[in-house]
Design a protein around this ligand. Structure first.
Ligand SMILES: C[S@@+](CC[C@H](N)C(=O)[O-])C[C@H]1O[C@@H](n2cnc3c(N)ncnc32)[C@H](O)[C@@H]1O
Length: 292
């Protein structure tokens, strides 16, 4: 990421959540009514235009976006939903949202997070942008309390910063690291997972996703997407094979509990979307757990 520029990809996935929120309830994977409020400029106008379309047209447009992106759109909705569900069921004391972007879990999951110590961690530029936009986005909605922590994963140790801000090593901790690993070099991914393993007590887990099939990068759409991401300063830096991914998790000192490819994950929530058979985006969601 560029030092002074907030994350463009965080805004893009937030605008997708806003689009998804406009779909009829039975067709949605996820409902994030706050996403729209984080958007400015052209993305806010695009979502406004989308909302004025009839629902059939909105559904068709969502399908077209998904096809163009080889299923990435539905995967991004499904990973957010799967992580929400996991957080709702978590009974431990600490939750760390690493690279939180414009997620609205402090509002949407307020009850589930209310009795936990929550740390919302992001790159300083994105964190500052979120702080600026939050009053509009949340519009006075009650929020779970959280420590807002600014860290550049590549330049600083998030472990040191979190400890200094009160994270207690050794407690059961839920770590969410969503939509970040593909933008870091492999050594940083390994180091982040090692820090997570070191800080976590029994009963802890981390959910993170990876761009897990470099073969998919040869498709035209993905080449265009890659060029765009390079342009905005967030190029894909880590694209392991599925075997390399699980091997790295084990090397970091964690156990792979589940490694779920995009089509299977989307199929859990919207089987009809998964049947479209276009999921060669190569994304997968991993749940890794501390060793007992
Ligand atoms: C694709 S966005 C995902 C945001 C959020 N997790 C979501 O799913 O909506 C990537 C996030 O990773 C963060 N990020 C990327 N590189 C980072 C770095 N070196 N240090 C800290 N955060 C970083 C960005 O600021 C951004 O919030």
């Amino acid at each position: 990421m560029r030092e002074r520029q907030s994350s463009t990809t965080a805004e893009i996935v937030c605008s997708w959540r806003a689009l998804e929120a406009s779909l009829p309830a039975r067709h949605r994977i996820l409902h994030d009514p706050y996403a729209k409020g984080f958007l400015g400029g052209v993305r806010a106008r695009a979502v406004g235009a989308w909302e004025r379309m009839p629902s059939r047209a909105r559904l068709a447009a969502a399908g077209a976006l998904d096809r163009a992106l080889a299923g990435t759109y539905s995967f991004v909705m499904a990973r957010h939903r799967a992580i929400d569900d996991r957080l709702r069921a978590f009974e431990g004391q600490q939750v760390v949202l690493l690279g939180a972007g414009y997620d609205s879990r402090r509002a949407r999951l307020r009850d589930a997070l209310a009795d936990k110590r929550v740390f919302e961690v992001d790159h300083p530029a994105t964190a500052a942008s979120k702080a600026e936009r939050s009053p509009v986005a949340f519009a006075g909605a009650p929020l779970a309390a959280a420590e807002e922590v600014q860290v550049d994963f590549v330049r600083e140790s998030f472990a040191d910063v979190l400890r200094a801000r009160g994270l207690e090593p050794g407690l059961p901790t839920a770590w969410v690291w969503e939509g970040v690993s593909m933008y870091l070099p492999e050594a940083e991914v390994l180091s982040c997972l090692q820090r997570i393993a070191e800080l976590s007590g029994p009963g802890s887990w981390v959910m993170f996703d990876a761009l897990c099939d470099a073969g998919g990068l040869e498709g035209v759409t993905t080449r265009v997407a890659s060029a765009f991401l390079r342009f905005v300063g967030e190029p894909f830096l880590w694209t392991p094979s599925p075997a390399q991914l699980s091997e790295l998790v084990v090397r970091a000192g964690l156990d792979v509990y589940e490694q779920c490819p995009a089509a299977d994950l989307v199929g859990r929530y919207q089987p009809a979307r998964a049947r479209r058979g276009m999921f060669d985006c190569g994304m997968c969601l991993v749940e890794a757990r501390t060793r007992s």
